[in-house]
Write a protein that binds this ligand. Sequence first.
Ligand code: SAH
Length: 241
Amino acid sequence: MTNPENFLLIMAMLDEALPIINKQNLQYIGKLKNPFTIEHYSGKIESMQVNLLVNGKCNVYGVDQIGTQASTLSTYLGAEAFKPSLIINAGTAGGFLWDKAKIGDTYLGYPKVCYHDRRINLPGFKEYGFGYFPTYDCRTIAKELGLRLGVITTGNSLDFTDKDIELIKENRGVVKDMEAASIAWVANQLGIAYVGIKTITDIVDGSIPTEDEFIMNLKLASHNLAEKTAEVISWLAANKH
Ligand code: SAH
């Protein structure tokens, strides 16, 4: 049973999440479940109860637990705890010149999210590796809110190899991140719709190294991400998704 008045919002990094926490005055509740590092914030966006989970800091290295491993866990634990009617994943991501992406643009994932770094060249396993998890049909939201649409592709590296680029192109990926596919997988397993909202911090096929461009643009992108995430949640709440 899911609760129709309740959305689960999954974000990997605290710096990405702070603007929406502040804008919507979400309250810090505490760690979701011992011994995990996942942090829980809660509040309302319009009429909608929103439980935000941020992956928290690694106990060993002290940095945000970005990537698919912690996101799988936070999504599952959050879905179990709150029984949301929708799982929303908001974050920053890389964009591509081939899709004319600009820093600060926001995309909604559609029609699928997939992996680009799970290469298994065995019959049937190739497609399993990519995943191809369907998303919520975001076409109307994108049109009404003026957002971009496209395939989000996930891997566990911030940089990329030539093979990554080849597979991203093969899958028509236009947004590169490190969490979306793992979150969509949990949502699909549980039969809960997945919405991915990604704001561009860096241009993957541009001339600036990703790590420099990411740090330069994180603040601007997270600000835009907070605005757009609140708009998308309000739209979904008003349109009874
Ligand atoms: N060095 C950074 C670490 C951020 S890693 C820091 O200390 O702040 C990048 C995060 O942003 C991940 O959660 C990922 O989902 C997203 N991201 C942004 N640009 C990306 C790109 N080009 N490729 C993959 N993930 C990207």
